[in-house]
Design a protein around this ligand. Structure first.
Ligand code: P6P
Length: 346
């Protein structure tokens, strides 16, 4: 008879948070904040899951602070997270891609010790074509003695994050979370409505044969970027001596989750289209790059701007954008080295 597999009782997110508190990794406030965010993401999962039947597809008819057309679900997801924080958490002032300035903690509630930043529905251009989208969040500590956090209080480097996570709304709804003590994955059990621990202590392989980039921008890339991707495309006939495969979902959460699951690199570099408009990158530092960098580094990967670690950047604006190179450590080191060498020869 086959070895009897020890039946391990499934661990819920709540039980996991109790364990983390017992280990001294988090306190009660942070635990409650994560519960509140996870509960909000369950509601977002239901809303996105309705698709056309929920009357939530298409554009909201408004633009966000970045001047980008908002999808109805962008607005709905943002409202769900704000409401959850005010109602369930009142622990954090919030900053969102969808809002110009942070939303203060409602006066009637106790002042929390955390600042919550989020992209409520990243990749939302994929909603109308039924491709996975996600929520990304980052948690910072409120500076001591600050009861009315201002935008400046949010401008902390990624190394100061207390927690980071994302929820990918795909065939299954999956929460990936780190408090700086490893990366853990929870899958939503829709029957019981709870997130169940499905992977503990996730690690990303140092090597990979898979890269994710939007190749249509190739002619606009800097020379080191042309060199790096050119070598991957040359495959076994080129200096890398092996073939590479390419993926591009155009939904950062989906691309990063693939990397968290099986390795790979995700790159959204600076390009001449962006710099011609005075831009500094495509993806937002505070609620896309930093949380994903925290998760990837905690899983043993690397995350740079192509020139320096993302999490070392001192933010200067809430919605600032940066180039993003993240994933399997060895590949990120090569791509980053090419950029640094090119800068040194300038
Ligand atoms: P492009 C989605 O709009 C997003 O912010 C990320 O989720 C995604 O990786 C990227 O932009 C896609 O950009 O230029 O390929 O549409």
């Amino acid at each position: 008879a086959p070895e009897s597999v020890p039946m391990t009782k499934p661990i819920s997110l709540i039980q996991f948070l109790i364990e983390e508190k017992r280990e001294g990794h988090i306190n009660a406030q942070l635990s409650l904040l994560i519960e509140v965010v996870a509960r909000a993401c369950k509601r977002i999962s239901v809303a996105t899951g309705k698709g056309a039947l929920g009357g939530v597809l298409g554009n909201a008819g408004s633009d966000n602070v970045q001047g980008e057309a908002q999808k109805k679900l962008d607005v709905i997801s943002n409202e769900i997270l704000l409401e959850a924080n005010a109602w369930g958490g009142h622990l954090a002032a919030c900053a969102s891609e969808e809002m110009e300035d942070p939303q203060p903690i409602p006066d009637a509630y106790p002042k929390g010790n955390y600042l919550l930043l989020f992209d409520p529905l990243d990749g939302s251009s994929n909603i109308d074509v039924n491709v996975s989208v996600g929520t990304i969040f980052s948690v910072l500590r409120c500076p001591d003695g600050v009861t009315e956090p201002t935008t400046e209080d949010f401008l902390q480097p990624g190394t100061d994050q207390a927690a980071a996570g994302y929820v990918v709304y795909g065939p299954s709804t999956v929460l990936v979370l780190t408090f700086g003590h490893g990366v853990h994955e929870f899958t939503l059990d829709r029957e019981h409505g709870s997130f169940v621990l499905t992977r503990r202590g996730i690690t990303i392989p140092d090597e990979t044969a898979e890269f994710a980039i939007n190749m249509s921008n190739q002619r606009h890339w800097e020379a080191p970027m042309q060199r790096y991707i050119g070598e991957l495309l040359a495959g076994a006939t080129g200096p890398r001596g092996r073939d590479f495969n390419m993926r591009w979902v155009a939904s950062m959460v989906a691309d990063v989750h693939r990397i968290i699951t099986r390795g790979g690199v995700f790159i959204y570099p600076l390009d001449a289209k962006i710099t011609a408009k005075g831009g500094t990158g495509k993806l937002r530092l505070m609620y896309e790059a930093n949380p994903m960098a925290f998760i990837v580094e905690q899983a043993g990967g690397a995350a740079t701007t192509g020139r320096e670690p993302i999490m070392s950047l001192q933010p200067t604006a809430l919605h600032q954008r940066v180039p993003v190179f993240l994933g399997s450590k060895h590949e990120i080191e090569i791509a980053t080295r090419y950029h640094v060498e090119a800068d040194d020869t300038r």
